[in-house]
Write a protein that binds this ligand. Structure first.
Ligand SMILES: [Zn+2]
Length: 112
């Protein structure tokens, strides 16, 4: 368990617009993109092996979102009703896009 897994290092490579689109589907993706533009992602936390965020929902609730690398595939969780059923939701997309946005600003060019 102590051995570093190469897969873990690639979480950040897994998060991109295309992977979020594939994960959530076009309808949810577009809702998530709208959320991100509205500034619904309140708190983005970049851990070594996962990404967590707090996203404000349309009903003024705050949801906890998590994205991680599941053996080379992007996996997500959210505390909203959809997320509880393991369905990727707009909060997940918003969090992923907010993270991408942050990378764009802080490290131009590094990710591509
Ligand atoms: Zn959600």
């Amino acid at each position: 368990m102590e051995k570093p897994e190469p897969n873990h290092a690639s979480l950040h490579n897994l998060i991109n617009k295309q992977s979020l689109l594939l994960l959530a589907g076009i309808t949810i993706y577009q809702r998530g993109a709208h959320y991100q533009q509205l500034g619904a992602v309140l708190d983005l936390c970049n851990h070594q092996h996962n990404l967590t965020a707090t996203v404000a929902g349309s009903d003024y609730k705050e949801y906890q979102v998590q994205l991680w690398n599941a053996e080379g595939k992007l996996a997500s969780a959210c505390s909203c009703p959809m997320g509880q059923k393991s369905v990727p939701c707009k909060h997940v997309v918003a969090a992923g896009l907010a993270w991408l946005h942050q990378q764009d600003k802080s490290q131009p060019g590094r990710w591509g």
